[in-house]
Design a protein around this ligand. Sequence first.
Ligand code: PLP
Length: 412
Amino acid sequence: MHAGEGDRPIDWAAVRGDFPLLQRQVHGKPLVYFDSANTGQKPEAVIAATDDFYRQHNANVSRAVHALGAEATEAYESARGKLARFFNVRPDELVLCSGTTFAINLVAYSWALPRLQPGDAILLTRMEHHANIVPWQLVAQRTGAVLKVAELLPDGSLDLDGLHAAMTPEVKLLAVTHVSNVLGTINPVAAICREAARRGIVSVVDGSQAAPHMAVDIAAIGCDFYAFTGHKMVGPTGTGALWARRAHLEAMPPFLGGGEMIKEVRFDGTVFNDAPHKFEAGTPNIAGFVGLGAAVDYLDALGMPNIAARERELLAHATEELGKIDGLRIHGTARDKAAVISFAIDGTHSHDLATLLDLEGVAVRSGQHCAHPLLQWLGVGTTCRASLAFYNTHAEIEAFLVALRKVRNLLG
Ligand code: PLP
């Protein structure tokens, strides 16, 4: 569980100083990194933990009896334990994998593919990332199931009445994001999953954009599956996990076969390892998970409630000031919102904006953010997205605004 609940003065400028990359310049300007929804920057503690693993403990896990092998296994399993405490779940219900994309595909291929059939439906929402759309399309194609889509209200929040009405008897699975990577909308996933469970619908929550920004208590959400990715929560790339109820993990067949996921292999048959190991074939990203364990320690020391409060403050500041810029529109104005601001400026292209902002040292993302159906709904080809994290500062917001005004004037 998360330490640091409640108000505690934190020196946020010093926190920014924990991130070596944020000290560099880009195009001769101090870096303003506003692309944390894409990937988070890494604090010294995470870099040091990964470095130390390779310098002092590197070996494969669960295979060698020598000291290094034991140390590596201990370090890897300790990361699983830290993640379990962080998300308030059991370690043996956490499948460690490369990230959300893998985690959702694991549910698609191992839970959904053997179960769904013609006449069944998978319910999604308009605001899903492609990682929570395409795997379900692939499953639908192979099983004869169909996709249903719950739509949004004009402010970019989910139309909850519509979503609940769409939970009809043929719906077997609901896939919903906890936080939208384009609109910033925070969905009330506990209430949604409760409605789904009442109707016997299995729920999958994409927690990619929630885990880095708020205290996530998976047990309290009450979903069946929760996926997250380590690189957005200040951990290394190629790390993440799927949490699943133990009963699901036991009933699901392995997704990938190979070493680590077996107890005994004979040519006439194989006995699989117990979950979660039965889903962890091959050598995992051991150093990455050591780094992710350090990331969880780092976030926990700051306290997720403090991080969420800090980001709310940054979001309010940026939103208010952006609102003063003529011709600027923000896509996504839901009341419950994370620090993700997608915007457009009349008469300019988002790629031009992002390219010129980059020359001012400001990193924002321009594009479709792996959410084509949402962009289609917004009626725009692309957006500019400024996504903030707790390690950003009010001074960086001011620098961004100065740069944005300059760029807007340049673009006419
Ligand atoms: N879901 C959401 C909401 C995301 O923002 C992302 C990453 O951008 C993903 C899924 C995919 O995460 P990954 O690429 O780490 O698997």
